[in-house]
Design a protein around this ligand. Structure first.
Ligand code: UT7
Length: 322
């Protein structure tokens, strides 16, 4: 049986850093509240003229270099994002053109914070079906452009960035199992109200900004992320103690701690980037993977569980030997 395996990783964070102390000057908040209620200490934000595809290109270059491949090897591109440069052409085609990748399938998909998990799962399936041999998978977001900067409930949480991986076929796992899910009944708890066919009149106004019932999202997130991890391990017949690392979506340190408690997982086996990145939506898991690979914590052959939860709601996991 053919498996797929991550051959290289990369990330890009915009230059501009906004600390909690910077935010104290913008809205009625404190460093203490943000740190204790969310775990965020700083986040990166794009420059005014910087876009999601700009970040994707930089993250992809690092992953391509890390995998030791040439751009001409790439035969499939999938980007998870909810903040594309344009409605179309999709971000993946913009990245393809900028990097000089030869014609191949290239698309982006929207699954909010679960975007990268959906994209990586897609890559895994196309490789297993024998229809792709070298896939560029990216999770990227420009969430700072979707924020109401007078709403302290949301503006302190989010950051921008991009994480990329190269996925190739392998005789051995690699990716062991993937699980995706969604439940649209929760659509009103977390959403962005302006689109391409609804509420067009508010696009570009202050009303076009992320709306979130934080408390309600929090409760479902904890329950779902614990269930997702259990499902991934049980279906692979792997015990929690065998897992080397859990890399969860970085939305709130308290969500991660509560999930760990439900699972009975020690926090020192969980990769945390929330303090430095904030919630970067679809970029959070691939950036956390890249951080932990580069600092030597995640090593080849180790058992790693990636999981995410986001607007929709959507959720998903990828269990793999790195
Ligand atoms: O990415 C995937 C989806 N997103 C998530 O998973 C996020 C899930 N939700 C959360 O992380 C948390 O619910 C938040 C961080 C958004 C909010 O934390 P919370 O502990 O649930 O706070 P809260 O909304 O219950 O608000 C508690 C208090 C309120 O004041 P009162 O009404 O008690 O006087 C808020 O107005 O905290 C106040 N508050 C703030 N105070 C200072 C809310 N935001 C801030 C702030 N600074 N930035």
């Amino acid at each position: 049986m053919m498996f797929s395996r991550i051959a290289g990783t990369g990330r890009y964070l915009p230059e501009k850093v906004l600390t909690n102390f910077d935010l104290e000057k913008i809205v009625d908040t404190t460093d203490e509240w943000i740190r204790t209620r969310t775990g965020v200490e700083r986040r990166h934000h794009v420059a005014d003229d910087e876009t999601t595809s700009d970040m994707c290109v930089e993250a992809a270059k690092v992953a391509i270099d890390d995998a030791g491949i040439d751009v001409s090897d790439i035969d499939f591109i999938v980007v998870g994002t909810t903040s594309p440069d344009l409605i179309f052409p999709n971000v993946a085609t913009l990245v393809q053109h900028r990097l000089g990748i030869p014609p191949c399938p290239a698309f982006s998909l929207e699954a909010a914070c679960t975007g990268f998990i959906y994209a990586l799962t897609t890559a895994d399936k196309f490789i297993k079906a024998g229809e792709a041999t070298c896939v560029l998978v990216i999770g990227a977001e420009c969430i700072s452009k979707l924020i109401d900067w007078s709403d302290r409930n949301t503006c302190v949480l989010f950051g921008d960035g991009a994480g990329a991986v190269i996925v190739k076929p392998s005789d051995e796992p690699g990716i062991i199992g993937t699980h995706l899910g969604a439940d649209g009944q929760y659509k009103d708890l977390l959403y962005y109200p302006a689109g391409a066919s609804k509420n067009l009149e508010i696009a570009g106004t202050d009303d076009a900004a992320i709306i979130m019932q934080g408390n309600e999202v929090f409760k479902v997130a904890v329950k779902t992320l614990a269930n997702v991890a259990t499902q991934a391990l049980e279906s692979a017949g792997i015990g929690l103690s065998e897992l080397d690392w859990l890399i969860p979506h970085q939305a709130n340190i308290r969500i991660i701690q509560a999930t760990a408690k439900r699972l009975g997982m020690p926090m020192d086996k969980i990769i945390l980037t929330i303090q430095d990145h904030g919630n970067t939506s679809a970029a959070s898991v691939p950036m956390a993977l890249d951080v932990s690979v580069r600092d030597g914590r995640v090593q080849r052959g180790q058992l790693v569980l990636l999981e995410a939860f986001g607007g929709g709601f959507t959720w998903g996991s990828v269990l793999m030997r790195y």
